[in-house]
Ligand binder design. Structure first.
Ligand code: UFG
Length: 342
């Protein structure tokens, strides 16, 4: 065993894929998740993929007492990966206090326990949302952060600031923040994937649900942007590739290879793909036609953003591997699996 990793939000979309990759790499995993946006069945599915059942605890990280008990009982945690957070942009506008309370307090409680129980390594889920609409593309880690478009986005900015400040006060705790671009796709086994609650907000789950006949029509939000085909551009990163970036970050911290107590990395492919480009790639990869129509712009959308991944490539030795087509095919296979389609 290479070490014991506490994964908060470990039954969620990115969390579950990361648990699988950690176990594949020989780590022991303890999951804490309140199941507010996932189900315990994911623990069974992880076990089915890897043959190892991760330890699972159900509670919300706002509960400091339960978190302390977990740290006490789990001797010894070598590192934490912190995914657990609310992440729906629109909901965060309607319920800002819930977002600030949950996302900030969870990190604060974790740091409290890490300090008390001398756990010195953290990998934090951050987002390209911290860059807003950047003036220059692609964005590097030096690109200035901008005022967030939503309370959700602001929780990522404030959490990065909490990490920076806490690192100054407690430099023995080392953190790597990974700034994800747009994670998509599912595990090739189709045993785990994204399980959106209700009508999906994100593009790919909406595309796969439309192809599966659950949604009648995809709305493409705007074709009058200043981009080659007029639709918005994003950097869509395969979720298993993203999960592997976490394993590499954990190994970097445990081997004390990090340069300084707080590092951050862009995690994307480096390729900008338009909404219409993604739709066509999906149709090519799966042979499924997607019924769509162009509608007006969605409020708050960024015109285009994609990563400069040089730092992650050179410093972490990580790069995205799975093609967009294979990733979209994995998303489609997952959709078919959960809908009982052959
Ligand atoms: N889109 C559509 N139709 C849909 C859904 C999305 O055209 O039904 C378009 C959006 O307008 C956007 C692109 O598809 O141009 C991607 O949209 P997503 O909602 O999938 O992703 P976003 O880039 O808007 O959001 C992501 C994360 C958020 C994060 C945000 C920061 O999901 O958590 O990046 O930019 F806050």
């Amino acid at each position: 065993m290479k070490g014991k990793i506490l994964v908060t939000g470990g039954t969620g979309y990115i969390g579950s894929h990361t648990v699988v990759e950690l176990q594949n790499a020989g780590f022991e995993v303890v999951i804490v998740d309140d199941l507010s946006n996932s189900t315990e069945v994911v623990v069974d599915q992880i076990e089915q993929i890897t043959g190892i059942r991760p330890e699972f605890h159900r509670f919300n990280l706002q509960n400091l007492e339960l978190l302390e008990k977990l740290f006490e009982h789990s001797k010894v945690i070598d590192a934490v990966i912190h995914f657990a957070a609310f992440k729906a942009v629109g909901e965060s506008v309607a319920k800002p206090l819930q977002y600030y309370r949950n996302n900030l307090l969870s990190l604060i409680n974790l740091f409290d326990c890490m300090e008390r129980f001398q756990v010195k390594n953290l990998v934090f889920s951050s987002s390209c949302t911290v860059y807003g609409q950047p003036d220059q593309l692609p964005v590097t880690e030096q690109t200035p952060r901008q005022t967030a478009e939503s309370p959700y986005g602001n929780t990522k900015i404030v959490c990065e600031d909490i990490i920076r400040d806490n690192t100054r006060a407690n430099p023995e705790i080392h953190t790597i923040a990974l700034r994800y671009f747009n994670p998509i796709g599912a595990h090739p086994s189709a045993l785990i994937g994204e399980l959106p609650n209700g009508v999906p907000n994100n593009l790919v789950p909406f595309v796969t649900q439309t192809a599966a006949g659950i949604r009648e029509q995809l709305q493409v939000f705007g074709d009058d942007y200043n981009t080659p085909d007029g639709s918005c551009i994003r950097d869509y990163i395969n979720v298993v590739d993203l999960a592997k970036a976490h394993v590499i970050s954990i190994e970097r911290l445990l081997n004390q290879q990090n340069e300084g107590p707080f590092e951050f990395f862009n995690v994307g492919t480096g390729n900008g793909v338009s909404v219409l480009g993604l739709l066509h790639a999906f149709e090519r990869a799966t042979g499924q036609k997607v019924n769509y129509k162009i509608v007006g712009r969605r409020a708050g959308d960024i015109e285009q953003i994609y990563a400069d991944t040089t730092k992650a490539n050179k410093v972490l030795g990580w790069k995205s591997d799975v093609s967009l087509e294979d990733t979209l095919l994995s998303a489609w296979n997952w959709e078919k699996k959960i809908r009982g389609m052959s």
